[in-house]
Design a protein around this ligand. Structure first.
Ligand code: 5FU
Length: 271
């Protein structure tokens, strides 16, 4: 069964080069933590990436929330990723027709395809959205082998419209396009069709130093503990944003989350 398999064993079953690469990275580096660097200045995001780098498998960005994005951001983040051995995910949540996402992925100010190993996409437009992203890479004859996407199958926020039937259609889309789909963004493991697909789960925060675990942020986000998302909800990679960025020491916090998440993973695959 998928959840009982080790990341190494699942990499063997993987049909996508990027999911295999990420699963092996997680197994080697012994981390299933993704930090969401949702800060407003490029320098602050780069500083955060460098500080948490040793403890993470993926660094997740929202570059359209930066006040001062410039063309140097991507290459600088790639340098840091190389130093600390993590992948970069731009959480763009593409959601348009193939032609439009192809433009948004490869062009514009952000040129996401040039620096982000992974991107997120909504399932809403159907298979055409995957075709759009792939055609962008084909047109530029670049990165065809070192790029992949995660399909947002289910969102963490309260009253999200990602119903059970939407979720199951999104899983089908993931299954039919494993060539470019490395995984799914989801709050549970049910229906994930292949052991090679990676489940990324946001909405993770722990009580630190005796403070109680908060279960929301006042704007609809819903939080679960690191242990709960890995053991009860099947998270392979857990996303922690403000749990790290609002901590007094982000490296310490990343280490704290990494330890809790990895311990939960070991417990899940043991026996
Ligand atoms: F697809 C999703 C989702 O369903 N929930 C999310 O929270 C993505 N996210 C992202 O994870 C969101 O855009 C933030 O970047 C991050 C969670 O940040 P937090 O500070 O840990 O709440």
């Amino acid at each position: 069964e998928r959840l009982k398999m080790t990341f190494d064993a699942r990499a063997e079953k993987s049909t996508n080069m990027m999911s295999a690469r990420l699963l092996r990275l997680m197994a080697t580096k012994r981390t299933n933590l993704c930090v969401a660097g949702d800060l407003r200045s490029s320098a602050a995001v780069l500083r955060l990436a460098d500080a948490v780098g040793p403890y993470i498998c993926v660094f997740k960005t929202h570059v359209d929330a930066l006040d001062d994005f410039s063309g140097q951001f991507g290459p600088q983040l790639c340098e840091i990723a190389k130093t600390h051995n993590f992948l970069i995910m731009e959480d763009r949540k593409f959601g348009d027709i193939g032609n439009t996402v192809s433009l948004q992925y490869g062009a514009g100010n952000f040129s996401v395809a040039a620096w982000a190993d992974l991107v997120t996409v909504h399932a809403l437009p159907g298979p055409g959205i995957i075709d759009g992203l792939v055609s962008c890479l084909e047109t530029h004859r670049a990165h065809l082998k070192d790029r992949a996407c995660f399909i947002v199958a289910e969102m963490s926020c309260k009253d999200a419209l990602t119903t059970a039937s939407y979720r199951s259609e999104a899983m089908k889309l993931a299954e039919t396009r494993v060539d470019f789909v490395a995984g799914v963004v989801s709050q549970s493991a049910s229906g994930i069709p292949s052991p090679g697909l990676i489940q990324l789960t946001p909405g993770v925060r722990a009580g630190v130093n005796g403070t109680p675990q908060s279960d929301s942020d006042g704007l609809g986000q819903q939080y679960n503990s690191p242990r709960h998302v890995v053991l009860e909800r099947g998270a392979d990679v857990a996303v922690v944003g403000r749990g790290v960025t609002e901590a007094p020491d982000s490296a310490e916090a990343a280490k704290f989350y990494r330890d809790l998440l990895w311990e939960a993973y070991l417990e899940r695959v043991s026996e």
